[in-house]
Design a protein around this ligand. Structure first.
Ligand code: SAH
Length: 444
């Protein structure tokens, strides 16, 4: 019996899909990259922007013929399209979905599949497979194989009320997972060969603050840092208001914690930030960036920016542009504002920046960031930096520096899961190339 998982959206969804996959494997299912040959299809969805929601619905529509050809196929819709309570209108719109699961919860699917009658039908169906098997749907990225880098959700949900954001409505209130559970999971991943762990939360710095019996994020990082065989620890996403000095110092001093911070600014204008209810000013964000750079030498910083928020004037956008030019972040994840059902901005504000203008602002930031990233990367040229290699893509090994820079190396040796100091020989805005030291299997 085979299963197929399609994942869209954030790293939290990637982590959730990994949990579903291991749950299915414990029931005896094996992964396939061909939906047409699967007995169980999981669609793990995202609705953070309208485009993501449209993609999920399109994908769901494309499964209708598969289900018609094979009524024993089990379709599981999961993630933020479903949310914490499945809306009736979703059930009406997609009657061929067998199981609806909230984000981060493989439970409903596993419970459904372990019912005797479903189990019998699935086994039967596997025996008499027929023509619909090779139905052509796009291949997903391989989610299987030897995982070098894994994600662990540590804070579920979110209770911060950014006016544009649908996540709190779909993932529910903020709750931290027990530290023991996280550490056990990390140890088990390391035993399976994982070398790098990324802790996830909408505001990951708030880990433990909702439960006095738990350590805070610094405490959790300290415990994880002691796990033998684990090479690297990362965490995301941060919020400027919750990054304490203690946390910054821990990142600087804990040997396995990587000097890479993901801390969205969203806008570089105080009025827009206030309308977004982000809870900080541009000046406070600037000071945080300065502090990060002082306390954590060589730190790389990624940010998120939304352009075209309701009421954003050309001048306010210019403030964002100028701030980005000035702060020179390593990465900027850019998004064009899209109103999301139920959010404060969708209910109370007018989406008044025209689509073409949003696109224009997006492109301006994209161009600017391309130059900034190229300039930052150029400083790596000729340097020798340790890279953790993850997978081979065509004839090149793909890995990352501690600062999360993508590095490619040509080698015929098996570099998977190894940390090797390499010399950077070429840099561009999105990646770098490097050479292995002599004697490690490099192509000289
Ligand atoms: N708590 C996470 C949120 C993840 S959503 C974080 O702070 O990163 C990822 C990004 O999507 C957000 O940072 C924001 O830049 C963008 N985003 C969220 N809602 C959006 C919307 N309605 N329109 C456009 N972009 C949005």
């Amino acid at each position: 019996m085979k299963y197929y998982v399609w994942t869209e959206g954030c790293q939290m969804n990637v982590a959730d899909s990994q949990r579903v996959s291991s749950g299915l494997e414990s029931l005896g299912y094996t992964a396939t990259t061909r939906p047409g040959e699967a007995s169980v299809i999981v669609l793990n969805t995202c609705v953070v922007r309208q485009s993501a929601e449209d993609k999920a619905c399109g994908r769901l529509n494309s499964l209708a013929p598969l289900k018609k050809a094979n009524p024993n196929l089990v379709i599981n819709l999961m993630g933020c399209l479903v949310g914490i309570r499945t809306p009736d209108k979703l059930k009406e719109r997609f009657p061929y979905v067998d199981v609806f699961s909230p984000p981060s919860d493989p439970g409903p699917l596993l419970a459904f599949l372990t019912q005797d009658e479903v189990r019998a039908r699935q086994e039967d169906e596997t025996r008499q497979r027929h023509a619909w098997m090779d139905e052509d749907l796009p291949l997903p990225a391989a989610e299987h194989g030897h995982l070098v880098s894994a994600h662990i959700p540590v804070v579920l949900g979110c209770s911060h009320a950014c006016t544009y954001c649908i996540i709190p409505y779909r993932r529910g209130a903020e709750r931290s997972r027990p530290a023991m559970e996280i550490i056990k999971e990390a140890r088990s991943l390391v035993r399976q060969g994982v070398k790098e762990i990324t802790l996830l939360g909408q505001i990951v710095d708030r880990y433990g603050l909702d439960d006095p019996s738990l350590p805070n994020l610094t405490g959790l990082l300290t415990e994880l840092n002691a796990i033998d065989g684990l090479e690297r620890i990362r965490f995301l996403t941060s919020h400027p208001n919750w990054m304490t000095d203690e946390l910054l110092e821990a990142v600087a001093s804990l040997q396995k914690v990587c000097p890479h911070i993901e801390v969205p600014i969203q806008a570089g204008d105080d009025e827009v930030l206030a309308n977004m209810k982000r809870g900080y000013t541009v000046e406070q964000y600037r000071r945080l960036v300065e502090k990060l750079r002082t306390v954590i030498p060589g730190v790389s910083i990624a940010t998120d920016i939304i352009v075209g928020f309701p009421g954003e004037t050309a001048e306010q956008f210019q403030h964002t542009h100028d701030l980005l030019a000035d702060l020179k972040m390593d990465v900027a994840h850019l998004a064009r504002y899209s109103p999301r059902e139920g959010t404060v901005s969708a209910r109370r504000m007018i989406d008044d920046v025209p689509a073409e203008e949003k696109m224009r602002r997006f492109r301006l930031l994209e161009d600017l960031q391309e130059h900034i990233a190229a300039e930052i990367h150029a400083r790596y040229l000729g340097q020798t930096v340790p890279v953790l290699f993850e997978e081979k893509v065509k004839n090149r090994w793909r890995g990352r520096t501690t600062t999360n820079k993508l590095v490619f190396v040509e080698s015929s040796a098996d570099l998977r899961g190894r940390v090797i100091p390499v010399q950077i020989t070429w840099t561009g805005p999105w990646s770098m190339q490097a050479r292995l030291p002599v004697g490690t299997g490099g192509v000289e």
